[in-house]
Design a protein around this ligand. Structure first.
Ligand SMILES: CC(C)(COP(=O)(O)OP(=O)(O)OC[C@H]1O[C@@H](n2cnc3c(N)ncnc32)[C@H](O)[C@@H]1OP(=O)(O)O)[C@@H](O)C(=O)NCCC(=O)NCCS
Length: 177
């Protein structure tokens, strides 16, 4: 693991950081997310402040931020859905291109996974666009496998997304780069 990379849960006052990372991810990798850059830019600053406050303290939803030497460089969301099974998901994963292949993505997924596990999850799910081969291979390398569940993408209904799952006991770490 690269020692300059750290991950921590978003703080309540980090609405501006959340907005910066969210818009950067949608600008750089629009194919990977359901939301559009226009939607994100149109949202009022107070929306991000509200989200940061909620994601900093809620028991059901959280965001985690990747820092490299103090600079925000990546993001992941984690949540429990409101079904009776209270399924646990990671989502909205993004690592800035300048710091890719340094295990920042792995650190984000595993930190979010630990938080979900602490909240009672025994399985962690992730929806991945079938066309996003990089993300598919990344999640597979971290021990995620197919559930057999597929759905049409909300962003591009001609495309499909697949639901992957990792059992918490199977959490994997990649070899050091
Ligand atoms: C997917 C993403 C988060 C990976 O972040 P990262 O910090 O580079 O990932 P890590 O360094 O932790 O792990 C990289 C490992 O994942 C796997 N991997 C990543 N990209 C890969 C690719 N194109 N082909 C094969 N394996 C790949 C490999 O095992 C790789 O190890 P390596 O660097 O030694 O080859 C990053 O590429 C990204 O932000 N992409 C754009 C947004 C996106 O697609 N998000 C996912 C939404 S579902």
């Amino acid at each position: 693991m690269n020692p300059s990379l750290t991950v921590r849960r978003i703080a309540a006052e980090e609405g501006a950081v959340f907005r910066e990372l969210r818009t950067a991810s949608l600008r750089e990798a629009p194919y990977a997310f359901g939301e559009t850059l226009d939607d994100a830019l149109a949202a009022d600053a107070s929306t991000y402040d509200d989200t940061a406050r909620k994601h900093a303290t809620s028991r059901d939803i959280a965001s985690f931020i990747l820092y490299t030497e103090g600079h925000p460089a990546g993001l992941i969301g984690a949540c429990f859905d409101d079904s009776a099974a209270r399924r646990a998901f990671v989502s909205e994963l993004w690592v800035a291109p300048a710091v890719r292949h340094l295990r920042g993505g792995e650190l984000l997924v595993n930190t979010a996974g630990d938080w979900l596990s602490d909240g009672g999850a025994t399985e962690v799910y992730a929806w991945i666009a079938d066309a996003n081969r990089t993300a598919m291979r990344f999640y597979e390398a971290l021990g995620f496998g197919p559930t057999g569940e597929h759905t049409r993408s909300t962003r591009a209904p001609d495309q499909w997304e697949s639901l992957l799952v990792r059992h918490v006991a199977q959490q994997q770490y990649l070899a050091a780069p």
